[in-house]
Design a protein around this ligand. Structure first.
Ligand code: XCC
Ligand code: SF4
Length: 625
């Protein structure tokens, strides 16, 4: 069936995106939006979660005429199993990234990682103290070795207890024990979900859903949290700094290298290589004014939050960044990298380079990064980019706009120091109703929505209501482009938020990092709950992922909910084929863990629903609405 032409102006709220979409069309390039159209309408069985492919007596699809799979599994069981595996995919992604960070820390501790160092020794000692690792009179590398070992044990089956569990308020810990969802170890919960969802195991949907919560908690309070803390130790804890955002950060007269993926271990070395005087001289020889590095997605968030590296775009901008015709090379690690980038790159002169054996792409060049050769490999990649500059066709270059300013780098440490060394002023502001609540808006883009429409408008609506907004992941780029990540944005905030942020000279929307850095938001909530002596579920805090797409985003939402924080999603996961599972997600969980999912695609309505939640939490704490 012939599809009608897409109306480009309806696909994104951004000029840089629509201009590049028009250019893509001219250049004959297919994008995610085109392919979405080809895939629409989606398979209803898949969309509602009632297709089971777990064994070869099937695949089975549930209909009114065939309500049971061959084995006798009903829609509830099938939906819960599919959701369980979905969450497990996300937890595995974050947590394996965390494991790579532990291996990096260990290699540094063993002097096997030339060029990598411990940038934040104070944090290394602080966290080691927190976890009971002796630090007195010991050198940093010895402590780092013990810390790496402590974290490795979080992945095993033997210890049975997460290193950071003491960060979780006691009320939550008690509840998790009661419900049997206290996470014991990252790999254990992940493997157990795969076991439970094998044919003939966990055939009680609610029980499977509880284990999904447990898997997600192992991600939030171990896998992701470890990734964040080690990245800070190795590359520095983010502090507020200026950066710029949108496709305008790509420079017409320079060699442009984009870093994409999630783990800063690769991108930090590329950044170092880009500043190498020899390579800069080589770039000049080739006729470029210099070498420019910019980020995409979460690796972009990592190097932006720590080093102020400009951000070219979020998930749906990755293909479009190549369409500028000015990108010599994209170097990736893993996660959220569209395989189409290889083909789009081939339409220009853009080289795609992969670096992890976990994420090879047919058609891309593989330059394997390991801890012992990181900087050398980075230099090789930068050299390749410089060589590509000679193949650029100037007549096909179009950089569609000028970059927008933003401020990044609000780690909890940075927030604490902005507040003068104590979270009390933040709590006082919340109690006084100047800041009525806090909402973390996180996650992705999805071509099913007008690109960034929900991400941006939800943030705008919330700050108007004196709600402090924290962002991570691809939402960062959206609100950054909208001008919400600068102190001047307080002009768009309600009077209370305006006053507080104005006094502190901070934006009303704070960038806290990448997706694994949602662990920072969890830690902040735990700190606030502990200070108030309440459970995390009592806080006037809500999470949101308006335009999410990935398994990881669903896992983040689930660990937030399981930690007591109600989470708004623009659309439900593929669970609507089971009333039992859907009811559990959107209300039943509330009685169990103190939080549940709210589903609302419209950002303006979502802001109202989120606000209602915040009002009810405030009232329950005896505060004014
Ligand atoms: Fe991926 Fe982290 Fe989503 Fe962006 S926000 S599309 S998961 S890069 Ni995590
Ligand atoms: Fe069908 Fe049951 Fe096999 Fe799933 S596990 S494919 S429902 S027979």
């Amino acid at each position: 069936m012939a599809k009608k032409d897409l109306d480009i102006t309806e696909l994104s709220i951004w000029n840089d995106a629509t201009k590049m979409l028009a250019k893509a069309k001219e250049d004959g390039i297919e994008t995610a939006w085109d392919r979405l159209q080809q895939q629409t309408p989606h398979c209803q069985f898949g969309e509602s979660g009632i297709c089971c492919r777990i064994c070869t007596m099937g695949p089975c699809r549930i209909t009114s005429k065939s309500p049971l799979g061959v084995c006798g599994a009903n829609a509830d069981v099938i939906v819960a199993r599919n959701f369980g595996r979905f969450i497990t995919g996300g937890a595995a992604g974050h947590s394996d990234h965390g494991r790579d960070c532990i291996e990096a820390l260990e290699a540094v501790a063993q002097n096997k990682a030339p060029g990598y160092t411990i940038k934040d020794e104070a944090k290394l000692f602080r966290i080691s103290d927190e976890l009971g690792i002796p630090t007195d009179g010991r050198n940093a590398l010895a402590v780092a070795k013990d810390l790496a070992l402590e974290f490795f044990e979080d992945y095993g089956t033997k210890k049975g207890r997460l290193a950071f569990i003491n960060r979780v308020p006691e009320k939550q810990q008690h509840l998790w024990k009661e419900l049997g969802i206290m996470p014991r170890g990252v790999d254990r919960e992940i493997a157990e979900m795969m076991h439970r969802t094998h044919m003939g195991c966990d055939n009680d949907a609610a029980n499977t859903m509880l284990h999904a919560a447990r898997v997600s908690l192992a991600d939030g309070w171990a896998g992701s949290m470890i990734a964040t803390e080690i990245s800070d130790i190795l590359f520095g804890t983010p502090t507020p700094r200026k950066a710029t955002v949108n496709l305008g950060v790509i420079k017409e007269d320079q060699v442009n290298i984009l870093v994409h993926g999630h783990n800063p271990i690769v991108s930090e070395k590329i950044l170092e290589a880009v500043n190498d005087p020899e390579l800069i001289a080589f770039a000049r020889e080739k006729g470029a004014a210099g070498i420019n590095i910019a980020g995409l997605c979460c690796t972009g968030n990592e190097v932006m939050a720590r080093q102020g590296i400009p951000m070219a775009g979020n998930h749906l901008m990755t293909e479009l960044s190549i369409v500028t015709g000015a990108v010599e090379l994209i170097v990736v690690d893993y996660q959220c990298i569209m395989p189409s980038l290889v083909q789009v790159g081939a339409c220009y002169h853009t080289q795609m380079v992969t670096t992890s054996d976990k994420a090879k792409f047919t058609g891309a060049q593989h330059v394997k990064f390991e801890m012992h050769n990181g900087l050398d490999q980075a230099k090789r990649v930068v050299r390749m980019a410089i060589e590509r500059f000679g193949y650029r066709d100037a007549s096909r270059v179009h950089i569609p706009c000028a970059p927008v300013d933003m401020v990044t780098g609000f780690s909890n440490e940075a927030l604490l120091s902005a507040l003068g060394g104590s979270f009390d002023p933040l709590l006082d502001a919340i109690k006084a109703g100047k800041i009525r609540g806090v909402v973390g808006i996180v996650g992705c883009n999805n071509p099913k929505y007008k690109h960034d429409h929900c991400n941006v408008n939800l943030a705008r609506e919330l700050i108007k209501k004196d709600i402090l907004v924290l962002v991570t992941g691809c939402v960062t780029t959206a609100v950054g482009k909208a001008g919400l990540l600068v102190p001047d944005a307080i002009s768009q905030a309600g009077p209370g938020l305006k006053k507080i942020c104005g006094a502190l000279s901070i934006p009303p929307v704070l960038h806290m990092g990448s997706c694994v850095d949602n662990a920072r938001i969890m830690q902040l909530c735990a700190l606030l709950a502990n200070k108030l002596g309440v459970s995390m579920a009592d806080l006037p805090v809500v999470a949101s992922s308006p335009e999410w797409y990935s398994e990881k985003a669903a896992t983040i939402g689930t660990y937030a909910v399981a930690s007591g924080i109600t989470t708004h999603l623009g659309h439900p996961p593929n669970i609507t084929g089971s009333k039992l599972v859907t009811d559990l997600a959107v209300s039943g969980l509330n009685d169990l863990v103190g939080g549940c999912f709210l589903i609302e695609p419209d950002p303006f309505k979502a802001a109202a629903v989120i606000d209602e939640r915040i009002i009810s939490k405030r009232k329950a704490l005896g505060l004014t609405a």
